[in-house]
Design a protein around this ligand. Structure first.
Ligand SMILES: Cc1cc2nc3c(=O)[nH]c(=O)nc-3n(C[C@H](O)[C@H](O)[C@H](O)COP(=O)(O)OP(=O)(O)OC[C@H]3O[C@@H](n4cnc5c(N)ncnc54)[C@H](O)[C@@H]3O)c2cc1C
Length: 369
């Protein structure tokens, strides 16, 4: 019997716990707050591999996209929405979009172009004005409800014997002789296990630092504006030049924009639905969705992108601690099924070649993976 403590019940920690739990593995999941209350609960949650590079990282994300239908079938529930993504380009951007579709088709990633009539047939709720346009339909892509998926993953892990503790904040990994002997909680309790997985999102850097592990991160805020319920016909994920939107259940649309995110104060953690950035998101989305023109934003969420400093995932045992494994990734939604499976295998001693590029040793001069 192997025992594993998972620190963090976001998508990544929950997926690993799900893949690990069973008769031979004793799994304890700890979350400082409630499962799904971190970045996973404030995500655009688009399952995709578009424009991911280098090739190995694209392949990892594409494997995540491809694994979702199987995960949805295994877990049940209605958290998986395989509606596809539509990317719209106008004028000079059309050539680049055509190239992008061709490049992905060569990689075996399903995509096809649509003209105005084809787009109107798929999404009659969009109004793109008279300008010439080209759209791409990425049929294998999807969006998910992360907290609902986390609930299903943890329920399945519990059914296989895992324990899940909320409001169990880890304050220190007690390391002696290059080994985590105990995990100390804010309550003062100390737990021990053969292996400790740290999947604590943006907090992972601090947990690592206190244990003497180098895991540099560049967390950045992202804003999601959610409309009031609408009788809208928009059914897919839609990316236009300066805004992205998708259904968010019960007629609501979720709106985001990387351009607006770049203007946010890095320290922002919440926002009122009528704040200027939310108004700007609504104005941009309303230019292409007439149903939004008389609507208001009902809720705003600020999520923190938990990104290692070089933008790539971090997945591996700490170079200086033999039984502490760190797992942090942006695109954590797209990667949830595949990272959960691969990391669970590594924790049980089966090293996975797909994860070699993401070892923590890359942050330490002279260290090997
Ligand atoms: C605005 C926005 C849009 C995004 N859009 C996409 C997208 O479209 N597609 C995509 O693939 N990805 C997207 N992402 C990224 C994706 O959401 C994240 O990569 C993913 O949710 C990270 O999951 P996680 O489990 O690593 O972290 P989290 O969900 O943050 O989970 C970490 C958990 O650890 C817990 N924790 C923290 N510290 C401690 C501690 N000391 N002790 C115990 N528990 C602790 C927290 O409470 C939390 O529940 C987006 C992110 C943002 C912010």
């Amino acid at each position: 019997m192997v025992s594993v403590i998972v620190v963090g019940a976001g998508l990544l920690g929950s997926s690993v716990a799900y893949h690990l739990a069973g008769p031979d593995v004793e799994v304890t999941v700890l979350d400082a707050g409630r499962p799904g209350g971190g970045t996973s609960g404030a995500s655009f949650a688009w399952v995709n591999a578009q424009e991911k590079s280098p090739a190995g990282y694209f392949a990892l994300n594409a494997a995540g996209v491809a694994a979702y239908p199987g995960l949805a079938a295994s877990l049940g529930g209605d958290w998986y929405h395989p509606v596809g993504d539509i990317t719209i380009s106008l004028g000079p951007a059309m050539t680049k979009l055509q190239e992008r579709v061709d490049r992905h088709a060569d990689l075996g990633y399903p995509a096809r172009t649509l003209d105005r009539a084809g787009l109107a047939a798929l999404e009659p709720g969009l109004d793109l004005g008279p300008e010439e346009l080209l759209a791409a339909h990425w049929e294998a892509e999807a969006w998910i409800d992360p907290p609902v998926l986390i609930g299903r993953l943890l329920a399945a892990a519990r059914a296989a014997g895992a324990r899940v503790l909320s409001r169990a904040s880890v304050v220190e990994l007690e390391v002696h002789g290059g080994h985590v002997r105990h995990v100390r909680l804010a309550s003062g309790d100390r737990l021990s296990a053969d292996i400790v997985l740290i999947a604590a999102g943006e907090s992972s850097e601090g947990i690592a630092r206190r244990a003497g592990v180098t895991l540099p991160m560049s967390p950045t805020p992202g804003l999601l504006a959610i409309s009031e319920p609408l009788a809208t016909g928009v059914t897919r994920i839609v990316h236009a030049a300066d805004v992205a939107l998708r259904p968010d259940g019960a007629g609501r649309l979720m709106i985001s924009s990387r351009e607006i995110d770049a203007t946010l104060d890095p320290s922002v953690r919440e926002m009122a639905p009528d704040a200027d950035p939310c108004r700007e998101l609504l104005a941009r989305a309303a230019r292409i969705v007439p149903d939004l023109r008389s609507a208001r934003i009902e809720a705003a969420r600020v999520g923190i992108r938990s990104v290692p400093a070089d933008g790539m995932p971090a997945a591996g045992f700490a170079p200086v601690i033999e039984n502490a494994y760190f797992l942090v990734a942006h695109s954590g939604v797209s990667l949830t099924p595949v990272l959960g499976r691969l990391v669970a295998a590594e924790l049980l001693g089966d090293r996975q070649p797909e994860l070699e590029p993401y070892r923590l040793s890359r942050f330490v001069a002279g260290a090997s993976g």
